[in-house]
Design a protein around this ligand. Structure first.
Ligand SMILES: Nc1nc2c(ncn2[C@@H]2O[C@H](COP(=O)(O)OP(=O)(O)OP(=O)(O)O)[C@@H](O)[C@H]2O)c(=O)[nH]1
Ligand SMILES: [Mg+2]
Length: 301
């Protein structure tokens, strides 16, 4: 859609050391002076916080009068922790849930749907159904069907090229009649421009809300790929502004060396992360926990 390019995956010197270790080393070298704050800004940018968040964080840290290295890390954890709100996505109670999974091409939407179905299928009354709402890409329906078979979830699909809103309508109707508790709906990654995205999702939204009824729960989950760096921030901003995102999943989060994007998105948009994807296996979807995330991101040993 928006011409996002993949960032070069060239590793930076020292990038294998955790950001926490590097902050501690830096403080040991400089103490709490201007050099520390300037270099800290660069370290935060390298860890994918983005320039704007890095400047803001350093300004907040400056005003705190840091006494030592431990204090630098714990203050940073405290500041970041303030904006890491927990996501409320547990679908095991109440009426029919529809979770629409959004994101640009190749971020991991379909794989995440399979992982979520695998995770929740036993605890959802009536089971989980998958809706093949990516009707654009030729192989997408087949891909979701294979996942459905593997995880033991029914798949609602129509022909390639059909209207995604109609697929979701069908999924809601059949889930109601079969007593299934959760629909995980795939969507096309191809969204060339904002107008297109808004129109397609508005139609799904209108049809889904009407068909679900007042006891239904409808949420939009945005998938972001950790390896796309600051493009992930732009995607979150655009989707949230266009359709209102309820929760995020960060996929391909295989190392915390560049994990700052999670905190930067939460801070900027006030949106909760629900899961981190840490591999291609069905169990490689880890519920997001703010404390664990911060401890890992800023680990200094
Ligand atoms: N390492 C790793 N790979 C992942 C993760 N999530 C997805 N992938 C891989 O990323 C690739 C793309 O995943 P898909 O689920 O097809 O992505 P998509 O967003 O549905 O893609 P489109 O339908 O083409 O828009 C696949 O090779 C997945 O196995 C993750 O958390 N970690
Ligand atoms: Mg897909």
């Amino acid at each position: 859609m928006f011409g996002f390019k993949k960032k070069s995956s060239q590793p930076k010197a020292g990038a294998s050391k955790s950001i926490g270790r590097r902050i501690k080393d830096l403080f040991g070298r400089t103490g709490a002076n201007e050099e520390f704050f300037e270099e800290l800004e660069d370290l935060l940018v390298e860890a994918d916080f983005g320039a704007a968040a890095a400047v803001e964080l350093v300004d907040e840290l400056r005003s705190r009068k840091i006494s030592d290295r431990e204090d630098a890390i714990s203050s940073l954890k405290e500041i970041l922790g303030e904006s890491l709100v927990p996501a409320q996505l547990d679908p095991s109670h109440g009426g029919l849930h529809l979770y629409l999974v959004l994101g640009v091409n190749g971020v991991g939407k379909t794989t995440t749907i399979a992982k979520l179905a695998h995770r929740w299928k036993k605890q959802i009354p009536g089971g989980v159904v998958l809706a093949a709402g990516d009707t654009f890409r030729a192989a997408a329906i087949e891909q979701l069907s294979i996942h459905g078979e593997r995880v033991g979830a029914r798949v609602v699909k129509q022909e390639h090229g059909s209207d995604p809103a109609a697929v979701i309508y069908d999924a809601i109707t059949s889930a109601k009649s079969q007593g299934e508790g959760l629909i995980l709906a795939d969507t096309a990654g191809r969204m060339h421009n904002r107008g297109n995205l808004i129109r397609e999702l508005e139609k799904i939204h209108r049809i889904a809300s009407e068909r679900l009824g007042s006891d239904g729960v409808y949420k939009k989950i945005l998938v972001i790929d950790a390896t796309t760096g600051q493009n992930g921030m732009r995607q979150a901003e655009i989707f949230h502004e266009a359709v209102g995102v309820d929760a995020l999943v960060m996929t391909k989060y295989d190392s915390s060396a560049k994990g700052g994007l999670v905190a930067a998105i939460s801070r900027k948009l006030g949106l909760p992360f629900a899961f981190l994807g840490r591999g291609e296996g069905m169990d490689d979807l880890i519920p997001f926990d703010a404390e664990t995330y911060l401890n890992e991101l800023l680990a200094s040993e």
